[in-house]
Design a protein around this ligand. Structure first.
Ligand SMILES: Cc1ncc(COP(=O)(O)O)c(C=O)c1O
Length: 476
């Protein structure tokens, strides 16, 4: 499907998701819609067919097409009916622990249409090749891969990760320092539980990544928010006096502001962490995707005191449903950390890990990352061009050299309002202030463009720019 049919499909899908076309609402006939819009009837039929195929609308013979009562997205995340029916009533909420309530109380990262911040593109991943590799691995199952497996994960994957990180991120490590995890979130959980005790303090960037805060809260750690400046996170003596056990940072591309930590700040942070006996968790979630300037080496690579735990994920470089990531631990603690991690979970899934190891060894991983860097760069450029054409410098952009999100800067007080107005039109554009623990000092919109197709970037950027224009009272 292409051109006008695609446009019509997207428009109707968005209106359905935004609720402006309500569940059960009747759509005009294809003939009527074609006439109203000056389109060929086949164009409308194509769009309707796709919407029906994906479950957004239902066609009833003789009576026309209706918006489905359950949308595919909702269905995907819904519980099976027999479980949903047994859901506890609202009054039973107190039954969860205080830690669980704190986890649930964290700000949710937006999903869905528009510019959700954490979504990679899935349309370019070579799923066919991946599927063949997985089938091949099961056909030729090696006995060891069906067993419990040793601490740290599949040795071939640990080796491939170490090799990749040495080359591309200047991480200094051996395979023995690598622990394979179920994504960054699991890595954070392990750090919180194996490197800190309940009541210990974790310094976190403010604004910062709610996923990390969730894990620290689940481990009963005290969170101490640290403000950012233009060089990155800026802890002062006051923060160090709290004797933090953990310092969580995203130096390559601060989440969500996009600030890149300067070299002098990196050195100062390493020195202070060593002096105070704190562990630094370096979350390098999208460092592979740097578009311009020199590649920024990892903080871990310049650490002389073995205080940095390097945290990585395949969620952005490959796909989030893979649920694989890794930690690189300082040599002195790696073996016991890996052992404790294994004793907590006996991870398994060695077949998938073996497939990923091959994918990395064969060069397919590096090729995919290279390809995606170009895709993301093109999408970023498209957003930037569209935005600047719409608004000039009225709402400047920053944090754009890396990753798959950037920041639209706005004056204080309007980012939540614009974000809500955009959500009402079915466009996710999360406010920067929603990511703060303390009072927000910067304001704006976090624009995730990674998983957004080109046409949608143009359309949503235009709508969002109109909303910003209104909020800034720019005429025209
Ligand atoms: C800052 C940050 N860290 C890590 C992740 C990835 O987490 P995971 O590997 O658990 O999918 C994300 C994803 O959105 C992120 O934004």
């Amino acid at each position: 499907m292409q051109g006008l049919a695609e446009q019509l499909y997207s428009e109707l899908r968005e209106r359905i998701l935004a609720g402006t076309l309500e569940p059960g609402a009747r759509l005009p006939s294809t003939r009527r819609m074609a006439a109203d819009r000056g389109l060929a009837r086949n164009t409308v039929i194509d769009a309707f067919d796709r919407l029906a195929g994906e479950g957004y609308i239902e066609s009833r013979t003789g009576s026309g097409s209706f918006v489905a009562s359950t949308l595919p997205e909702a269905r995907l995340h819904a519980l099976p009916p027999q479980i949903a029916a047994k859901r506890p009533p609202q009054s039973a909420r107190a039954a969860l622990s205080q830690r669980a309530e704190a986890v649930l109380g964290e700000v949710a990262i937006m999903e869905g249409e528009g510019f959700p911040p954490c979504v990679p593109d899935l349309s370019h991943f070579p799923f066919k090749e991946w599927q063949s590799a997985v089938s091949r691995a099961w056909r030729n199952l090696r006995q060891g891969e069906a067993a419990y497996g040793g601490p740290g994960g599949h040795i071939e994957l640990r080796t491939a990760i170490a090799h990749h990180l040495q080359l591309s991120r200047q991480v200094r490590c051996t395979p023995a320092q690598v622990v394979v995890t179920n994504g960054a979130q699991h890595g954070l959980d392990l750090c919180a539980r194996l490197l800190a005790d309940a009541g210990d303090t974790a310094l976190v960037e403010d604004p910062g990544y709610p996923g990390a805060r969730r894990m620290f809260r689940a481990a009963n750690l005290e969170l101490a928010p640290v403000p950012l400046d233009e060089e990155g996170v800026a802890p002062t003596a006051r923060h160090w006096r709290r004797r933090p056990k953990l310092v969580y940072i995203t130096p390559s591309h601060q989440f969500p502001s996009g600030v890149v930590m300067s070299l002098s700040r990196r050195r100062a942070l390493l020195d202070a962490a060593a002096a105070h006996g704190a562990w630094i968790i370096e979350d390098d979630y999208d460092g592979e995707f740097r578009f311009s300037g020199r590649p920024i080496a990892s903080l871990q690579g310049i650490d002389r005191d073995q205080r940095v735990i390097y945290l990585g994920t395949f969620s952005k470089a490959l796909f989030p449903g893979l649920r694989l990531g890794y930690l690189v631990l300082p040599e002195p603690i790696a073996p016991r950390f890996a052992l404790a991690a294994a004793q907590l979970a006996f991870e398994g899934r060695l077949v998938t890990q073996g497939v990923l190891a091959n994918f990395m060894r064969s060069g397919q991983f590096a090729a995919h990352v290279r390809r995606m860097r170009l895709v993301y760069e093109a999408r970023r450029d498209l957003f930037v061009r569209t935005w600047r054409r719409e608004l000039g410098d009225a709402a400047p952009l920053s944090g754009m050299d890396t990753g798959m999100h950037l920041l639209v800067e706005l004056p204080a007080g309007i980012d939540r309002q614009v974000s809500e107005a955009a959500a009402a039109q079915g466009i996710a554009a999360q406010s920067l202030s929603s990511f703060y623990l303390g009072p927000p000092t910067r304001h704006g919109l976090v624009i995730g463009y990674g998983g957004v197709h080109e046409q949608a970037i143009r359309r949503h950027a235009h709508t969002l720019a109109q909303l910003v224009r209104g909020a800034l009272r720019i005429p025209g």
